[in-house]
Design a binder for this molecule. Structure first.
Ligand code: ZN
Length: 361
């Protein structure tokens, strides 16, 4: 257990150093992408780091990605460091490489936000921005109370009341879908998908091209937290059950939960990061899943996201309230507890092992 605890870090800066150090010791092939648009909470530079283990021309590649939702990188980074230090990265066939993409949204990781430096939810940003953005009329209904202008006093109380009334009338599932489905209309709101590909989007596409071009089969495990029972890791397939990718995912992992079939802890989401693979590597066979770990109850997660959004839109992130809200957000997406870390690492290892074994077969 002590060993597993050591995989996880207390800040983006520590996580980055630990990851780079582990990757170097294990003789990984490292590439770093600096984010020129922002700095971290400790004024540090922000980067996405990529480590490949196995030949550059391997027939098959497994990409394990962390921090799509910034703060969720506390968990994802721990799983990646653990994969290196436990030797899991070596459990692959000769024809298969594993690529760990660390902190694809380093700003969100450093600042304990789910979104990036543009307040964009990266997992809603992989839509075709030229084609016109999807409409989300349900978000329009909830925006005013989900993103209140006051975080204390009567404004906040009225917003909470309106939120309770919406949930009582329409149910938690409809509420979750309205809030989390993604929206392109309120740049200062929640689950905003942006108007153009953001830095992390462009960078992830670059990673995918570099490691995937010319390869026959690509798999992606994108690590997330915040939905589902605490410590439980659900495999989410963001497509329909009729797709070949879904059939492969269920064959490899035993089960995968399709959002489109309504069988997942996640609502149907537009423009998630898995879209990068077919769009950059149209000739490869690809199998992409999200591995989502539960933390705390949904309304507690949402409360943190509302606070975080208020801080971004109306507050001062450097104030003591700002610090408090960042801590609240971090504990909504990362359970700093040995039992939880043990469960998470063991499940992540199982899924990585299954993918490596299926790819190498
Ligand atoms: Zn997430």
């Amino acid at each position: 257990m002590t060993k597993v605890r050591g995989y996880f870090s207390d800040s983006y800066l520590d996580a980055r150093e630990t990851f780079l150090d582990a990757a170097r010791r294990a003789k990984g092939d490292l590439t770093s992408f600096m984010n020129p648009n922002a700095t971290g909470v400790e004024d540090e530079g922000l980067a996405t780091d990529m480590a490949r283990f196995g030949p550059a021309d391997a027939e098959n590649v497994l990409i394990v990605n962390s921090g799509t939702h910034g703060v969720e990188g506390y968990c994802g980074s721990g799983c990646q460091v653990g994969a290196i230090q436990s030797g899991l990265i070596r459990e692959r066939a000769r024809n298969t490489a594993i690529v760990l993409c660390h902190a694809i949204n380093p700003y969100g990781f450093s600042w304990s936000r789910r979104v990036n430096e543009d307040n964009v939810d990266l997992n809603r940003n992989f839509v075709d921005h030229e084609a016109g953005h999807p409409d989300n009329p349900a978000y329009r209904e909830v925006h005013s109370f989900i993103a209140p202008t006051d975080w204390a006093g009567p404004g906040r109380a009225a917003a909470d009341k309106a939120m309770e009334a919406f949930i009582a009338e329409r149910g938690e599932v409809a509420f979750q879908a309205a809030v989390t489905g993604g929206q392109y209309e309120f740049p200062k709101g929640l689950f905003y998908g942006g108007q153009a590909p953001v830095w992390s989007n462009v960078t992830f596409r670059e990673v995918v091209r570099r490691v995937g071009r010319g390869r026959r089969r690509i798999a992606l495990i994108d690590l997330h937290t915040g939905l589902g029972p605490s410590g439980h890791g659900e495999l989410i397939y963001s497509g329909a059950e009729s797709e070949p990718g879904y059939h492969r995912a269920t064959a490899w992992f035993g089960e995968a939960h399709s959002t489109k079939a309504g069988r997942s802890v996640s609502a149907v989401v537009m423009g998630d990061i898995t879209e990068a693979i077919p769009s950059e590597l149209p000739d490869a066979e690809y199998t992409a899943v999200a591995l989502e770990f539960g933390t705390v109850p949904m309304l507690q997660v949402l409360d943190a996201l509302r606070a975080d959004n208020w801080l971004y839109a109306y507050g001062d992130p450097k104030s003591s309230l700002g610090k408090q809200i960042r801590a609240q957000t971090r504990s909504a997406f990362y359970v700093d507890d040995d039992t939880w870390k043990g469960q998470v690492f063991s499940r992540a290892s199982e899924v990585i092992r299954q993918a490596l074994s299926a790819l190498g077969a």
